[in-house]
Design a protein around this ligand. Structure first.
Ligand SMILES: C[S@@+](CC[C@H](N)C(=O)[O-])C[C@H]1O[C@@H](n2cnc3c(N)ncnc32)[C@H](O)[C@@H]1O
Length: 249
């Protein structure tokens, strides 16, 4: 039987973004996966949707596997012009699977990343453990972890519960650190975003002011939101965390 999550994301497959996006939180996702990989590296995108990042990464010469629980999303990737234009050996390999149980060998890839997906998974510690399992010693895992003290979650919890999802599941900093140390991974880079973004959930501010432009000025890296969030990471909407798997394993 198809789950509420599969049904929702199958239905969103046609209109889900294929562009990487221009604002700082979106470009950051792209910059991190580029920074921690080289040409010909084996890379796995978990919750990769319609190949929003996987296809561009394949164009940059990485060997990408795109994993998602939504067949609709992966089928959309296969129909994209930019996917079809790739040479066969570079086309991202689509696999329908859950992040909590990845059908890939241990220590087999250079980088595994998961964006905008973990917060939807009640047992996300299993998903993070799977990302760490498939990465080779010395390789990297990149995740975004939702932090609990952000007002934006009031909106998103309501939104996803209405769709029949179990809810959303932010993690605090202490729980996250414990999770990573249990997996023999060390954080090598952490970047928080979203303290100011939560103001955009106040309809008046989003619709009647230029607040979005002001806090997410596309010409600034980091943008104002990124600069303020760096000072108050506990109130972040997301922390982007790069982990390196212990070399001695
Ligand atoms: C909000 S989209 C994020 C897509 C993309 N990573 C991005 O950053 O824009 C979440 C994606 O994760 C997938 N997803 C949700 N729960 C999942 C799970 N437990 N295992 C694998 N994929 C999942 C959904 O089907 C959807 O395509």
């Amino acid at each position: 039987m198809i789950s509420a999550e599969q049904s929702h994301f199958n239905n969103r497959a046609e209109d889900y973004e294929t562009d990487i996006g221009a604002d700082y939180p979106q470009t950051l996702k792209w910059q991190l996966i580029k920074k921690y990989t080289d040409e010909n590296d084996m890379v796995v995108d978990v919750g990769g949707a319609n190949g929003r990042h996987a296809v561009d990464l394949a164009q940059a010469g990485r060997r990408v596997t795109c994993i998602d629980l939504s067949l609709g999303m992966l089928n959309k990737m296969r129909r994209r012009k930019s996917f079809l234009a790739l040479e066969d050996h570079l086309k991202p390999k689509p696999i329908v699977a859950k992040a909590q149980s990845l059908p890939l060998a241990s220590n087999s890839v250079d980088l595994a990343y998961c964006y905008a997906t973990l917060l939807l998974i009640p047992d996300q510690e299993k998903a993070v453990a799977e990302l760490a399992r498939i990465v080779r010693p010395g390789g990297h895992v990149i995740v975004d972890i939702a932090r609990p003290w952000n007002l934006g979650w009031i909106y998103w919890r309501h939104h996803y519960k209405k769709l029949g999802f179990p809810g959303i599941f932010p993690l605090n900093i202490k729980t996250t650190q414990k999770l990573f140390s249990d997996l023999s991974c060390v954080a090598v880079e952490t970047i928080a975003t979203g303290v100011l973004t939560q103001l955009l959930y106040i309809p008046f501010l989003e619709k009647k002011t230029s607040l979005r432009h002001w806090i997410h000025n596309v010409h600034e890296t980091p943008d104002l939101d990124g600069k303020i969030t760096a000072k108050f990471p506990k109130l972040a909407n997301r922390e982007y965390i790069v982990l390196r798997k212990d070399n001695r394993l």
